[in-house]
Each structure stands twice: as structure tokens, then as C-alpha cells.
Design a protein around this ligand. Sequence first.
Ligand SMILES: Cc1cc2nc3c(=O)[nH]c(=O)nc-3n(C[C@H](O)[C@H](O)[C@H](O)COP(=O)(O)OP(=O)(O)OC[C@H]3O[C@@H](n4cnc5c(N)ncnc54)[C@H](O)[C@@H]3O)c2cc1C
Length: 398
Amino acid sequence: MVTGTTSGATDWIVVGNGLAGAALSYELQKQGFSVLLLDPAGQNATRYSYGGIAYWSGSTDLMRLLCNEGIALHRQLSAELEADTGFRELDLLLTIAPDRDPQQVAKSYDQMAILPEILSPAAASKREPLLNSAAVSGALRLPHGQVSPEATVAAYNQAFLRLGGKLQFTSVTGLRQANQQVTGVTTAIATYSAAQVAICAGAMSRDLLRSVGISSPLYFTQAEIIETAPVALKLQALVMPAELQRFAMEAEAGTPEQEQWNQPHQEILPPILDAGVVQLSDRRLRIGQLSRVTSDLEPVVDAAASEQALRTGIGRILPALESLPGDWYRTQVAFSGDRLPLVGAMPGKPGLYLFSGFSNPFAILPPIARRFAATQAAGLESEQVLDAFAPSRSISAP
Ligand SMILES: Cc1cc2nc3c(=O)[nH]c(=O)nc-3n(C[C@H](O)[C@H](O)[C@H](O)COP(=O)(O)OP(=O)(O)OC[C@H]3O[C@@H](n4cnc5c(N)ncnc54)[C@H](O)[C@@H]3O)c2cc1C
């Protein structure tokens, strides 16, 4: 095995180059740290995401603060990174099932920083002419943001490299330790040393932590979507159900009682479908989202049945999309047991940090990465905002 480091001592190794690792590596490098970013460059949750920025959704002072910081940051991020993230402002249209009362459904948004406008089916169709107004009892409209997820990661990476950061396309196979202290990582062909290691490996973070004896309340769903090539038709809004089943699914699957997470081949909950769609700036569509919770990272799935369910689901509300040619994909999306991200030092493992489990990442992850890097540059372990996300709230020292 080759043993080596990048030139000189590395301050930080960042494991994973989805939105989390891309943003964190850039922010750390910008603060003057030397950073090595490692990722095998396969597919990930970020690649298949809608890239929606739900900055209206803060329901606590903390989340409102971060959502405000997040949207302000996105509005200038292309200029800062000198590369287009594909940012745009657009309507979010939240569809309400025919048997549900829009006034009642809107009540579940009472705590949000921005309250939705309740639209009749006719008014909703005006906002999104492709909507089948007969399939809804109404809709909620909110101001939303969107980026191209791939362009955002690429923009962060380019700026990171310009600042002198190093990126290697390789998979981390393990964490190096000396007396409980994490001192670097191993890959199939090399060993890399660093003063600090940040795990931003999305759904794979759970297994990486387990390899050093840490059991974390970090879980994952399987998300399944259809992606089309660029299409002639044009959507006016990002469309999703007002009553998302995914959050309830995560809440139930992320309880400590779910012992099944530690056993192979377990279906922890039955699959759910939140029919929605987003159009990217190059006019491709991502039609989603079927979610399932299994203990396997790559469970056997009937792709044809899943694709059909996605088509039927979207066809009900946006009939023009049902038969568009497109390919079925799946990916894993990490979430935490309490809907708050896990950000900060790992108890009992000096040198090891976690940065994962975000439930509203496009809105709040960029400002959290910025705060995290600034805190580290100031020589502090944490600060008031980041304290709320400390892994020590739910992870004990191994
Ligand atoms: C269909 C869909 C729609 C979504 N819509 C939205 C939305 O509108 N708004 C929103 O905020 N969020 C949305 N999300 C969620 C969001 O996309 C994810 O939560 C977020 O992208 C996760 O980013 P991440 O960097 O933590 O993980 P990932 O993007 O999964 O990245 C993890 C990275 O770690 C790497 N990695 C794993 N193991 C190793 C290893 N051993 N060594 C090195 N690297 C490793 C992987 O290769 C991967 O690149 C959506 C997700 C999906 C699937």
C-alpha cells in the first residue's frame, strides 16, 4: 500500500462530494485551511435532487435565521463562486388531494416564516397551466428558490480548486486512528493524514461511522425518480403535494426503537409516493418521488413497477407528463432521527467530525457550512447556532 499525504500537512479531509462535502470543503479552504476532498465520483442524492430552496419553511427562530441566510447566500453564490449555480426564484405549488380541505391543510403551515397563499383549483391552474384542476381541491403557493444541484456542486468545486483545494476521485475505505484519535483515512491504494476528518458521505456516513464503533441516529431513504431529456413543454412552478408523506415516514423510521436498521434485508416501512416534479434550467424534468426505507443500501427493487407508479402518480395531477420518455433512477438520501442535521465533533473521537442528515439542505446547508468553517478558523469548537446540531445530542462516545 502506498502511504502518503497530499503535499505538506493537510488540515482537513472531507469525505464525500455531494452538496454537503462540496460546500464544506470550499468554505474550509476559503478560511485558509488546506483541504483534501475525496469522492469516488459516482451518483448521489444531490445529483437526483430537485434543488429546491424552501427558505419559507423556518418554523423556529433558529431555522428562520438559517433560511434567511441561505436564500441571501444563494442569491449571490454564482457571483461569489464565479460559476452559474442555475439559481432562480419560482413558485412552489403544493397540491391538495380532492378529499382534503385546503383551509385545514394550510393550517399545518401556520408556523412557517412565510404563510402560503391558498389557491382554488382554477387559480392553481392559472399558475401552472399543465395542472389538472379536477385532481385537486386547491393548492398552496409559496415563493421558492431553485438551483441546478449538479451546477452548484461543480461551482463549489471549481472555486475550491482555484483556492488551492485538492480533489481526488477515490473512495474512503476506513478511518485511521491512533489512541482513539482519528488521524486520517485509507483508500484502496493510499493512506492520507489530516488533523481533522469530516464525514459528508450522505447515506454512507452511517457505515463509515460504524466502522469505528459509532452508532449514529443517521438513516436513509431510497428515493426513486424518472428523469427526462430536455423537453419542449415548460413548467411554471415546482410541484409537490402539500401533505408530504416523506416527513412522516422519516419520523417513524428514525426512532431508536427501529432495531431493524442493524439487520440486513429489512423493509422498515412500506413505500410511499409523493407525486411531484421539477424542471431544471436545461428543461429536463425530474419526476418523483417514490421513497422506501430498507436497511440495505441497495435493496432489490422492481424498477418497472416503481416507474409505473411514478407515471401514474404524476399523470393524475399533470397528465401531460405521464408518458414522456425518461429513465428511472434511484438514490439514497440521508436523514437524522430528529430532523436536525448532525454537524460537529464526534464524541469520544477527537479529530472526527460529522456533517450530514440535513432535511432541508439546499436552504440551510450552505450557511451552516459557512458558519462551521468560520468557527473552526476562529479556533472554537462550536458557536450558538451550531450547538443545536451537535452530534453529542444523540451520539455517545464509543
Ligand atoms: C428526488 C429528490 C429530490 C430532492 N429534493 C430536494 C429539494 O428540493 N430541496 C432540498 O433541500 N433537498 C432535496 N433533496 C435532498 C437532498 O438532495 C439531499 O439531502 C442532499 O443532496 C444530500 O447531500 P449530501 O452531500 O449529504 O449527500 P450525497 O449527495 O448523497 O453525497 C454523498 C457523497 O458521499 C460520497 N461517499 C459515500 N461514501 C464515500 C466514501 N466511502 N468515500 C468517499 N466518498 C464517499 C458519495 O459518492 C456522494 O458523492 C432531494 C433528494 C432527492 C433524491
